[in-house]
Ligand binder design. Sequence first.
Ligand code: UD1
Ligand code: UDP
Length: 376
Amino acid sequence: MLKILTLIGARPQFIKSAAISRQIQGSFSDRLEEVIVHSGQHYDENMSSVFFKELNLPVPNHHFKLVANNHAAQISEIIEKLEQVIFEEKPGAILVYGDTNTTLAGALVASKINIPLIHVEAGLRSFNKVMPEEINRVLTDHCSSLLFCPSLTAIDNLKNEGLIHHSGACSMDTPGVYLCGDVMYDNSLYFSEKINQSKIDQLGFDEYILLTLHRPSNTDDPMRLKAICELLMMFCDEIQKSMVFPVHPRTKKALETHLSDEEWFAFNNHRYVNVLEPVSYTDMIALEQNCDLVITDSGGVQKEAYFFQKPCMILRSETEWVEIINQGVAFLVDVNFEDFIQKYHLLESKKTTYPKLFGDGNSAEFICNKIANTFV
Ligand code: UD1
Ligand code: UDP
């Protein structure tokens, strides 16, 4: 039996981990044991515990409370607490997801204590190191013994950094690198069937755009955030569609800080704008399934738009999920009205297909199999 210590702490990680935990509890319960550590990075009820309940995640065996706010302090606090837990739990491997500060903390501890690190969602690159996640990804991949890539692009990115697949014993120097598809696709399929649990329909949204926004590059510069709000109101007016906006707590704070009372009032009370608190996962996928268009800067949401065959405008200057762009069903957009309108009409007029770019919905099973066979 291999004891895996899973470190999660941010909203998308709770969601991603659901697919693997389901497998461990199901088909792999005789080969894998999971100890879950919640880093405490996300802590609001609607950013954390809602997912544990709704996705049937095991209650974390260890749950940190962080006091730090800025990045380095947050990472170092997780590192210190995690090291103690690892000494106590003595896992055979550490499993991390994605690219958050929690991910990097786990990677650094694993490499220092010399416990094999497993990275799910390896190989993604924005090639923009100003983005806080980019350095987290690069460092985590280079600390890993098993790298699970959701796309061929991710495999190529790792190859370009010298991380190629080695058969035989896995280590940081000789990692196993696998194309496994996307655990988020597994979840989209699995939880779509439970969509009737969603209460979001009762809000009666019809013919709407779904918006999410939380990248520091969009929220932290007051001028840019104001420009985005103005642009979104103009865009909704122009195409006469409402917009549903579950607001990330970072963005809520930025809106309240960077917009004047009048500006916030105008945005929040705009006839087409519906500002919501963060919603649960099944509510979110119900919103995605029923919307006409997704506008987002989220990595997960742009992919879910693809899974549910919705056109997407990505409010960023680059994306890690280039396949979606190459498929012609999503565009990068600038904070610019003409650009918005032009891309919107292009998306509207395109007849397009959505081939399976992110696996077949069995990524978690593949990953668990490889883990169980690698560390016997
Ligand atoms: C983090 C990840 C980002 C991921 C996002 C998912 C890093 C560097 N960033 O960004 O990659 O896309 O999570 O949602 O790890 N806050 C609350 N309540 C919460 C959580 C956060 O109020 O439950 C507020 C706090 O003021 C906090 C701010 O949001 O300072 C930012 O939170 P943080 O976890 O540092 O970064 P995110 O923007 O959430
Ligand atoms: N999500 C959610 N409720 C929300 C907004 C997003 O459940 O109000 C889900 C979304 O469906 C996706 C994941 O959170 O599965 C994406 O996480 P987020 O956008 O926070 O981070 P990113 O993917 O950009 O790292």
